[in-house]
Design a protein around this ligand. Structure first.
Ligand SMILES: [Zn+2]
Length: 249
């Protein structure tokens, strides 16, 4: 495997090939510089040193850039096998995402990320519970992730189910966690699952409520956010356009 064929999702950069030609000593020195994104060198998978230099806002900006590569059809060439081999010895993900199980909204793909870049928790309707919170606390407090991103998406079946008061086995209880978002969404038009404008408005409210619940129910994460160690943010993925719209939590 040649160095030129390797790629890192979060830290991909047009000049990575020239960086890869530098010696490891020079590469290491690049990290001691200004701390700006342009000074970051590249490896097979995100290293602890690379993550150390990134702020939560940097990480969100890199996700946004990765999504732009996705929706403009300019995905980076990456060597997933190389990332798999290097990351097998340890992981240093920059973020934990909570997103829906929807088959059309795979976070790593739509943000052009590689193996080892993010933790990924998925549950229908991207709602939190104590197990999800425990996963987030592990990701941030123990494993060093700096961003908690809750990502909803348009035309979400779980949101439609909550609006329709659907009932089925264990799904009933899951949808009950989304219903507060239905009630809290201010919308004067047709409040049905057939009106996608309303469905998408509820999905956004659901992300906001989930973020509020994370802060309320996880003192560990709330304290980390207050101290500036992490940022908790929201996003909505548009199935039609491929665009992820990030917003402050
Ligand atoms: Zn969904």
């Amino acid at each position: 495997m040649s160095a030129q064929s390797k790629s890192n999702g979060l830290l991909d950069h047009p000049h990575r090939r020239s960086f890869l030609r530098t010696s490891s000593a020079i590469t290491a020195m690049a990290f001691v510089g200004t701390g700006t994104l342009s000074s970051i060198a590249y490896a097979d998978a995100l290293t602890a040193a690379q993550r150390e230099k990134l702020t939560p806002d940097d990480i969100l900006a890199l996700m946004k850039k990765g999504n732009k590569r996705f929706y403009t059809g300019k995905l980076k060439e990456r060597n997933l096998l190389a990332q798999q081999r290097v990351s097998a010895k340890g992981q240093h993900p920059a973020a934990i995402l909570l997103s829906c199980i929807d088959s059309r909204a795979p976070a790593e793909t739509i943000m052009d990320l590689g193996i080892g870049d993010i933790f990924n928790a998925r549950v229908a309707g991207n709602v939190e519970n104590s197990d999800i919170l425990g996963s987030m606390e592990f990701a941030c407090k123990l494993a060093g992730a700096k961003v908690v991103l809750v990502m909803g998406h348009t035309a979400c079946g779980a949101i439609k189910g909550a609006i329709d008061n659907a009932e089925l086995g264990n799904l009933t209880g899951l949808l009950a966690k989304i219903k507060p978002a239905v009630a809290a969404t201010k919308y004067t038009g047709e409040r049905t699952s057939k009106n996608y404008t309303f469905v998408d408005a509820v999905a956004r409210t659901n992300v906001e409520i989930t973020i509020a619940n994370i802060r309320k129910e996880s003192p560990v994460l709330a304290e980390m956010e207050t101290n500036g160690a992490i940022k908790i943010a929201g996003a909505m993925y548009n199935l039609e356009t491929g665009v992820v719209d990030f917003f402050a939590g």
